[in-house]
Design a protein around this ligand. Structure first.
Ligand code: AHR
Length: 500
């Protein structure tokens, strides 16, 4: 098998956006408590934040972090978690049938974000609450002082306003599981009015309206059309969420998940553009892909507690990722980059313990899942502009998507340094593929680095005891000759070729 990729510096999709490499911290399971926050841990700071988690967050290359949910936000009273910690009281979290201790709130999160060097992306509750509470939170965060909530923030120790730019207008309001879920008309109106009022405080906000919580939702497409018809003028982005997992041992379809992701982006962009035409608008609404990952939703650990059991920080959604999962994650990043003209922001869900690249033991060790590596390498090395590729690949049949190209790839070109980086996956279950990149548009390149993540056993998972036996390894087959670079990519693999 051999697959040819042609690229040219003139064929540009758009810039590599740092916000493509966002993540997500929700008050869910052990993401906050015993995840980022663990006062008893030896590396904890005065706020109780684990230094080792902050270090790995930086190593992962995370740009933005969405907070505080997720489903959690749709029942959240943010005021419960500001002011002196000893005066805060626990509340029921209905979304995850847990107890929220309110030890971490907006102020603590903002201090964490500053330490981790990430841009916050704040979500308001449009499930049980509405315009007023969103305005109160915005005033608390962004107004310098001289008004009630702004002065409360100052009294709570934050003299300067946080000036948070990105705000999510609720979460997954199309989902019947969402507290206060709505019809698209109801939600579209509420989002429009919330956005309009928020801009009265701060016109410079970038606002994300909720799109569908998945392309499989029965209302997918129509939800976007109706919501945007109500809210188009007032918002900048529409959200997209997608989770994939291997079902019934069908690895070929799982590895081709990005076929759905590409279709998702194309459909939402087309719908947004149709509303733009109908509403006689000139601006474009872009996509915030603010939840994406592999998530084995049917596993028992995804089910919240029940009955009288309302634990604090239970073990929930602690998926263990294997090598094939990491290949799919790498491929999802390829898709997000390829769609950089329409996807202007994205958040991998989530950061720590909950469907996460980073895992912690309470008070103890920290370790990296397999999915950490393609994310960290893509975030570190994708730079400049995304190139539009011509890919000629063999195809194979999949049960879910029919014939699918075995090889998928994207490339970036940094005009400043001259570097070209190719990210590629081989989705064949059994056969290696020779990647053959035509570099005539970039004469005189040499291989600076070539790495591949794969394993003869693609079900290998990292653990706290061993998260290093399978890592991206140098791909020694990568060679340049006659302005072509060729590299052999093993089956079920993700690779990065850096050329300089
Ligand atoms: O990321 C886990 C959950 O998935 C989020 O809370 C919700 O928004 C989505 O359904």
């Amino acid at each position: 098998h051999s697959a040819t990729v042609s690229l040219d510096p003139a064929f540009v999709v758009g810039p590599v956006r740092r916000r493509t490499f966002g993540s997500f911290v929700e008050h869910l399971g052990r993401c906050v408590y015993t995840g980022i926050h663990d006062p008893g841990h030896p590396t904890a700071d005065a706020d109780g934040f684990r230094g080792d988690v902050i270090e790995l967050t930086r190593e992962l290359g995370v740009s933005t972090v969405r907070y505080p949910g997720g489903n959690f936000v749709s029942g959240y009273r943010w005021e419960d978690a500001v002011g002196p910690v000893e005066q805060r009281t626990p509340r029921l979290d209905l979304a995850w049938h847990s107890t929220e201790p309110n030890l971490v709130g907006v102020d603590e999160f903002m201090r964490w974000a500053a330490k981790a060097g990430v841009e916050p992306m704040m979500a308001v509750n449009l499930g049980t609450r509405g315009v007023q509470e969103a305005l109160d939170l915005l005033e608390y965060c962004n107004v310098p002082g001289g008004s009630y909530w702004a002065d409360q923030r100052r009294a709570n120790g934050a003299e300067e306003p946080y000036r948070i730019t990105m705000w999510c207008l609720g979460n997954e309001m199309d989902g019947p599981w969402q507290i206060g879920s709505k019809t698209p008309q109801e939600y579209g109106r509420l989002a429009a009015e919330t956005a309009r009022a928020m801009r009265m405080i701060d016109p410079g906000l970038e606002l994300v309206v909720c799109g569908s919580s998945g392309s499989q939702m029965p209302t997918f497409g129509e939800w976007e059309r109706v919501v945007l018809t109500e809210a188009y003028e007032h918002v900048d982005y529409i959200s997209a969420h997608a989770y994939y997992w291997e079902e019934d041992g069908d690895l070929a379809s799982f590895l081709a998940s990005v076929v759905d992701m590409d279709h998702f982006v194309e459909s939402v962009a087309a719908t947004a553009d149709a509303v733009r035409a109908a509403r006689k608008q000139t601006k474009r609404v872009h996509i915030s892909f603010d939840e994406w990952n592999v998530w084995y939703q049917k596993r028992a650990e995804s089910r919240p507690p029940s009955g009288d059991d309302w634990p604090v920080a239970p073990v929930l959604l602690e998926d263990r990722y294997n090598v094939a999962d990491a290949v799919v994650v790498g491929n999802m990043l390829i898709s997000l980059l390829r769609n950089t003209d329409r996807v202007h922001s994205a958040s991998m869900a989530q950061l720590v313990n909950v469907i996460a690249p980073i895992m912690t033991e309470p008070g103890g060790r920290i370790w990296k899942q397999t999915i950490f590596h393609p994310f960290a390498l893509t975030a570190r090395h994708a730079a400049g502009e995304v190139l539009r590729l011509a890919i000629d690949s063999p195809v194979h049949e999949t049960a879910k998507f029919g014939d699918v190209a075995v090889l998928d790839a994207v490339a970036t070109h940094d005009a400043e340094s001259g570097d070209v980086v190719v990210f590629a996956v081989n989705r064949s279950l059994t056969e290696p593929v020779v990647l053959d990149v035509d570099l005539r548009g970039f004469p005189g390149m040499r291989v600076a680095e070539a790495v591949t993540l794969s394993n003869p056993d693609h079900t290998w998972q990292a653990t706290a005891d061993d998260d290093t036996s399978v890592l991206p390894q140098p791909n020694t087959s990568a060679k340049v000759a006659d302005d072509r670079v060729r590299a052999e990519l093993p089956p079920v693999s993700w690779s990065m070729l850096r050329l300089e």
